[in-house]
Design a protein. Structure first.
Length: 363
């Protein structure tokens, strides 16, 4: 007999596997596990229906007595859901857990109907719990990686193994949204900022600023320090652009303000490394004044919108050769970044890098 198409086929509310035992909600394996999970001692031998016994014990634990069957089943599902959510240790779930707790409180002998402020399928919660467990395992391993030394293939496999957390379909449900938001947030904080970007300090600062908590807009950033100074002075693109501008506007003048000639500034497309990962379509303004020794005093700023979705252009002009992880970063991480932008984990803001160089020599 073909059982798969049977409309009356019972599926376990927790694991969704078919079962044909007398229980109403759970298969026998899951029921056994639930006793353990909820720390309820196993029923004595003479108890005929171990499922209703579990429901009764859960009701007692919640100080609820004389509930009818429907209420007991509803309470059990909510109680188990809450238990799994608590085990996920995710602060973004706090509001949802509170709602479920309230719904649990509202179940009583006298309550008219069962309130579902948060509706869920126990199986979805169970799957989320397993996703969170899997994520924790992978992230633990990833924290032990030295990204500068690791073989590219191994690094790529690690990153691929975690790609399941960048699942856009989980965004629509508030519970899975909270869990996936939290996993992505942790990924960017721990793996990317704490590991992969260790040698790209500016990128780490910018990404870090974009990861604000849910509902909070990141601050715009204005940066000017030894880090940004050094990055600019070492940048071929920066130096060549300054040289071109001085040849163009500084030949017949002792000083010029680029704004007077190009009101939109000039576009900088950085050649690689930290600046490339930080700034994608940066616009520069500069004022230059010539010194008697033919050096120049420069004062200016570079402006960009921190927007991960622009990472998709990176492949087009990135010179990957010198950096092992560049290629992987610019493909897999781009895609992750786009998804995290959709989730609102990575947020957009404006960046300004100011610089003031005196006695700058044209090379
Ligand atoms: Zn099951």
């Amino acid at each position: 007999m073909e059982k798969n198409n049977d409309v009356n086929e019972k599926r376990c509310a927790l694991c969704n596997k078919p079962y044909n035992y007398k229980y109403k909600m759970f298969g026998r394996g899951c029921l056994d596990n639930l006793y353990e999970l909820l720390e309820i001692s196993k029923p004595p031998k003479f108890i005929w229906n171990k499922e209703t016994y579990l429901c009764t014990r859960i009701a007692w634990k919640n100080h609820k007595f004389f509930l009818n069957k429907n209420k007991k089943y509803a309470l059990t599902q909510k109680y188990i859901a809450l238990n799994y959510l608590n085990r996920m240790n995710c602060k973004f779930l706090d509001d949802i857990k509170e709602e479920i707790s309230k719904d649990i409180k509202n179940i009583s002998v006298f309550s008219r109907n069962i309130i579902d402020s948060i509706s869920f399928k126990l199986n979805d919660i169970y799957k989320l719990f397993n996703d969170a467990q899997r994520f924790n395992e992978i992230i633990k391993d990833m924290q032990n990686i030295t990204w500068e030394e690791v073989d590219e293939k191994i690094a790529e496999n690690f990153i691929k193994s975690i790609s399941f957390i960048f699942n856009i379909t989980k965004k629509t449900n508030p519970i899975s949204y909270a869990v996936f938001y939290s996993m992505q947030y942790t990924f960017w904080q721990i793996v990317v900022i704490g590991g992969m970007l260790k040698d790209k300090k500016l990128s780490a600062i910018l990404l870090s600023n974009s990861l604000s908590l849910p509902g909070i807009k990141p601050k715009d950033l204005i940066l000017q320090d030894s880090l940004t100074d050094k990055l600019l002075k070492d940048s071929k693109v920066f130096n060549e652009t300054i040289k071109e501008l001085i040849e163009k506007y500084g030949k017949e003048r002792e000083m010029f303000d680029l704004k007077d000639y190009e009101k939109n500034g000039v576009l900088l497309k950085f050649e690689g490394g930290d600046l490339l990962y930080s700034l994608h379509k940066a616009t520069m303004f500069v004022k230059a004044r010539k010194n008697e020794d033919n050096t120049w005093n420069l004062e200016g700023d570079i402006n960009d919108k921190y927007d991960f979705t622009e990472f998709k252009d990176l492949n087009e002009y990135a010179d990957n050769k010198e950096e092992v992880l560049t290629d992987m970063l610019s493909t897999l991480l781009n895609n992750f970044g786009v998804v995290s932008s959709e989730y609102g984990v990575i947020k957009t803001y404006n960046v300004k890098i100011k610089f003031e160089f005196s006695k700058y020599k044209i090379k």
